[in-house]
Each structure stands twice: as C-alpha cells, then as structure tokens.
Write a protein that binds this ligand. Structure first.
Ligand SMILES: [Zn+2]
Length: 185
C-alpha cells in the first residue's frame, strides 16, 4: 500500500487504504462473513442452518460464532466509513467517502505522491526533516517554520491559490502546481 500511495513512513496507517483504494483487512473479512451468512440463510439443508436461527447460548465470552453477527450486519462501505471517521487522522475531512477513488489517482506518480503528502501532512518539509535530524533548521527561505501547510497555504514563494482544500479536487490547476513546485515534497 505504501508503494501504491507513495506515503512516507510517518504517514498514519488509516490513510493507506484510502489513498491506495484497497479496502482494509477488516472490511475484507466482513465481506466474507456477509457472504457466509447469506449462504447459510439460503441453505436450510445445512446443519448450521438450525443453529443460526435457534442459536445455543454462548459458553465462552471470547467466542463469536457467526450467528452473533446477524444482528449487527452493516455493509462493507459503511464499515469502512465508520473506521475512517473513528480514526481521526489529520485532514480526514478532505475525504468524505473513503470507499471512492480519491481525486488525482491518475496523476503522474511524482504529482500523485506529492498530493498525498499534502493530504496527509507528512512529507519532506524542513519542519519534519529537522525533526528527523536530516537538516539543521526547520525554517523556510521566508523565515517561518516550513511545514507542509506552510508550503501550500502561507509561503509567499510557493503557496497554491486554492490552499490545501483546493488541491483535494485534483484538477489541472492542482496538477500544474504540483509539477512546478521547486521543493520536492
Ligand atoms: Zn516559506
């Protein structure tokens, strides 16, 4: 996922399934459970069919037999949305529906990774590079602390007219800005 989404190591894990458009493992598992429940419900000849509708009491708290799931069935998409909302990662308001392909997915790789670094707030700005002991100073040429947000929204040398939220649309203007940015994020 890291390779597909082009994220740096410090990117919050919750971002990776969204940017790479690959559902998280829990959603895959849930999808398999839903299929199995449907199969049981449509197959009265299966021995488990009776257990499913006349379930015995749970003997161990730690066990979750498939009939305990039937009351909390939600779709895969809703489960992913719940995870995304609960994850509370930085800038998660940029993505209202994590199950959809994020804008910019078809950009050339360099622009795509730079866009994701703006989205996640994790990239090669002086503030973070200084934190990682890779440069001596966290400051930008303009004298302020150079965070990703500073590069996109505030710096007189680099700022994008639409700001961070403007970039999320992934239109041609955003692509031009990402391709012409002197600082490689
Ligand atoms: Zn600056």
């Amino acid at each position: 996922m890291k390779i597909i989404s082009g994220c740096v190591k410090s990117t919050k894990l919750e971002w990776l399934p969204v940017l790479s458009h690959i559902a998280l493992p829990e959603v895959h598992r849930h999808s398999a459970e839903l299929k199995m429940i449907e199969k049981i419900q449509n197959s009265p000849s299966l021995p488990i069919y009776d257990d499913f509708y006349n379930a015995p009491n749970k003997r161990l708290k730690s066990r979750n037999p498939i009939w305990t799931l039937k009351r909390r069935i939600i779709t895969e998409g809703d489960l992913w949305k719940l995870h995304w909302k609960d994850g509370e990662v930085l800038n998660n308001h940029f993505i209202s529906n994590p199950t959809q392909l994020v804008p910019g997915f078809v950009f050339p790789r360099a622009a795509w990774t730079a866009l994701n670094r703006v989205r996640t707030g994790q990239g090669r700005c002086n503030y973070l590079m200084h934190k990682w002991s890779m440069v001596d100073s966290p400051f930008c040429n303009c004298g302020q602390i150079q965070t990703i947000r500073h590069i996109v929204e505030k710096c007189s040398e680099t700022k994008f007219s639409g700001g961070t939220s403007g970039l999320r649309n992934g239109d041609k203007e955003a692509l031009d800005w990402l391709c012409n940015l002197a600082t490689r994020l």
